[in-house]
Design a protein around this ligand. Structure first.
Ligand code: ADP
Length: 253
C-alpha cells in the first residue's frame, strides 16, 4: 500500500533558520505595482508565516497575477516593500529572490514543451546552483507520474501532469515559499484532488502563497485568505472568519 502523501513529503534536511521577529517569512508592506501609469496593485500588505498556506482570491483582473509578479521581481515595485526572512528584497532581481528561497509556478505552468520531463525538472535546480542532493528522487516520490514520463517530451503531458511537473520543478529548488498561480485552472476534477492533496501536504513544511478562484478549494486549504478587489485588499482573515455572502459577492463574475 502506498504511504499517505504526508509521509512521502520531501522533508527539509536541515532545521529551517529561525523566523524573523514578527514570525513572517514573507512580509509585503503597502506594495503598489503598475503597468506604465496604470496602478493595478494598490497598497497591498500581506504576510505568510513559515509553513502556512495563504490564499489570494479575487475576480479576473483584480491584480492577483500582478501581485505574484511583483513578489518574484518580474515587475518593479512602484512603492512599498517586500521582505523575505527579514531581508528587504524590494530592489533585488528575480534570480536573487529565487536563490533566497522563493519558488514560483506561473499561471499556465510555464513548462518547456520541447524539453523532456527530466530536463524540465533539472532546470528547477538553478536556484541551488545545479546541486541535486537527492531532490529529484523526492520529487519523483511526490509525483510518481513524472518518473514514469521522465523521458517523454513535456508537451505531450496532460494538463494535470504538466501542473505536477511545474510544481515539481519549483520544488527542485527547495523553496521555503512556493507561489502557485491558479494551480487548478483547466484541470480535471480527479487531478485537482491530487494537487489539492499535494498543497495540503506541503502545509507546515513549505509556505505557500496560492492564487485560487475556486472558493471551496481555497477555503479548505488556506490558513488565511485575502481578497483583492481592483488591486486592493478588501477582506482578509482565516477562512472561518470570512463572511460567506460577502465573499461570494466579492468573487462573483
Ligand atoms: P488577475 O490575476 O487577478 O486576473 P492580473 O494581475 O492579471 O489580474 O491583471 C490586473 C490588471 O492588470 C488587469 O486590468 C489587466 O488587464 C492588467 N494587466 C495585466 N497584465 C498587464 C500588462 N502586461 N500590461 C498592461 N496591463 C496588464
Amino acid at each position: 500500500m502506498t504511504p499517505p502523501l504526508l509521509d512521502r513529503l520531501p522533508l527539509p534536511r536541515h532545521a529551517p533558520p529561525p523566523a524573523p521577529m514578527d514570525g513572517a517569512l514573507l512580509r509585503i508592506d503597502r506594495l503598489s505595482l503598475a503597468y506604465g501609469q496604470v496602478e493595478v496593485v494598490r497598497g497591498v500588505s500581506l504576510s505568510v508565516a513559515p509553513g502556512q498556506v495563504v490564499c489570494v482570491m479575487g475576480r479576473n483582473g483584480a491584480g492577483k497575477t500582478t501581485l505574484m509578479k511583483g513578489i518574484i521581481g518580474a515587475l518593479r515595485a512602484r512603492s512599498g516593500r517586500i521582505l523575505f526572512d527579514g531581508r528587504d528584497l524590494t530592489s533585488r532581481p528575480s534570480y536573487a529572490r529565487a536563490r533566497a528561497g522563493i519558488g514560483y509556478v506561473p499561471q499556465g505552468r510555464g513548462i518547456f514543451p520541447q524539453l523532456s520531463v527530466l530536463e524540465n525538472l533539472l532546470l528547477g535546480l538553478e536556484p541551488r546552483g545545479g546541486r541535486d542532493d537527492g531532490r529529484l528522487e523526492e520529487v519523483f516520490e511526490l509525483f510518481p507520474v513524472l518518473r514514469q514520463m521522465a523521458k517523454r517530451t513535456a508537451g505531450v503531458l496532460s494538463g494535470g501532469q504538466q501542473q505536477q511537473l511545474a510544481i515539481g520543478r519549483a520544488l527542485m529548488g527547495r523553496p521555503r515559499l512556493l507561489l502557485l498561480d491558479e494551480p487548478t485552472e483547466g484541470i480535471q476534477p480527479n487531478i485537482v484532488e491530487q494537487i489539492e492533496g499535494v498543497i495540503a501536504s506541503l502545509k507546515g513544511h513549505v509556505a505557500v502563497l496560492l492564487v485560487e478562484q475556486f472558493l471551496d478549494f481555497a477555503l479548505a486549504n488556506a490558513d488565511y485568505c485575502c481578497v483583492l478587489e481592483s488591486g486592493a485588499v478588501t477582506m482578509e482573515g482565516p477562512p472561518a472568519s470570512l463572511e460567506a455572502e460577502r465573499l461570494r459577492e466579492a468573487l462573483a463574475v
